[in-house]
Design a protein around this ligand. Sequence first.
Ligand code: GDP
Ligand code: IMO
Ligand code: MG
Length: 428
Amino acid sequence: MSNLVIVGTQWGDEGKGKIVDLLAEYSDFVVRFQGGNNAGHTMVVDGEQFISHLVPSGILQKKVCIIGNGMVVDPGVLLDEIDYLKGKGVQIDPKVLLISQKAHVIMPYHKALDAAREGCGKSKKIGTTGRGIGPCYEDKAARRGIRFIDLLDEDFESNVRAIAEEKNFYLSKFHELDTIDVDELINTYKSYRDRLAPHITDISVVLDQAVRSGNRILFEGAQGTHLDIDHGTYPYVTSSNTISGNACCGTGIGPKRIDHIIGIVKAYTTRVGEGPFPTELFDATGDFLQEKGAEFGATTGRRRRCGWIDIVMLRNAVRLNSLTGLALTKLDVLGGLDEIKICTSYRYRGETIEHFPVSLNVLAECEPVFETIAGWKEDISGIRHVEDLPENTRRYLRTIETLTETPVDLISVGPGRNETIFMNHPFQ
Ligand code: GDP
Ligand code: IMO
Ligand code: MG
């Protein structure tokens, strides 16, 4: 097994950062293939916490980290993140951090439009992270985007002027907001370009050469399957494809190169922002999960909504991503509950629904059908072997494996690297 994709199976924040950092030890390259600084990936090493929004979570393992063409990148945020990581003693130079020439650049007008739309009350509020992600992907699809290679182009200034003029029209006329100072924008982005230029390269060529010379690649997903622009709870989604198929499009590598796909599953479910959530809890158990799991967004600090694990969602994720295995995270958080519920199907107007519905109206009316199992009181965070877990914890694991028809490859019982139990080690 050499090339591995890691994706979130729920609505993001499943613990991808921890698992990517952990498994990066066995890889040579770590590449992000979509999203931008809407992501917040947390790594904890020797008790010290690192949060990355753009730099792939292989950076602490000293692997070559690549920002794929499928990403949208705010260069100011990237430079701040590079400085933050360097400040913590992490080595970052153009040999270890590469940026695709084809990745799109988030501009100030993207952020202004994102904030304006969310705040104006004229259209549906999505609860975005406000980082300009949607407007940047819109421009990519509309062929009005600026890519990293365009930053280096001699037409950069005239291109940006033409596009910014249109954006200023929307900002001032539709949203009655201040316009962007285009001269200032151009000067700022030229200074970003000067610092980032040595990192910009053709990553498809780099990855192809890497594979040909026997290197291992880890593809790091951001967000989660149910935030996917096509397959998620549209319109309450992000603006990119978050599922494993996009690991290829978002990096310039073909599907035959992928060997293994691990879906990260939080032992319960969380969601930040608006949108339906069938197993959401509004009671003391929801508060327990939120507090014990410290469920606050790593990007915006917003309180995450919490609920029980949802097998209908997970089966959707298994199918959409071709998952070969699961990584079950935050299992320690469930310790102390008398009983634990597992949503096995939905009830909709007297019928049983097994497949995650596409219509949000249907989804909103779906009642979760639960299987209840006994909880465990023990603190499992110190356990390193599956056979040492309490019997009820093992029953929970077996039930998830059976219902999803997918093996749990590893279990996470704490934020640190060592707080992990391997059941099927993907690299051994
Ligand atoms: P990501 O976006 O999927 O990378 O996840 P986030 O970093 O946004 O959120 C996951 C949070 O849970 C972070 O604070 C992690 O440090 C923490 N975490 C990860 N795995 C575990 C675990 O097994 N147990 C506990 N208690 N915390 C965990
Ligand atoms: P990671 O990678 C959780 C959510 C936002 C909002 C919706 C659209 O850390 O798991 P956007 O700013 O992307 O246009 O917002 O998607 N969202 C996330 N939720 N984790 C994330 O990333 C998210 N990235 C975006 O809260 O509901
Ligand atoms: Mg996160």
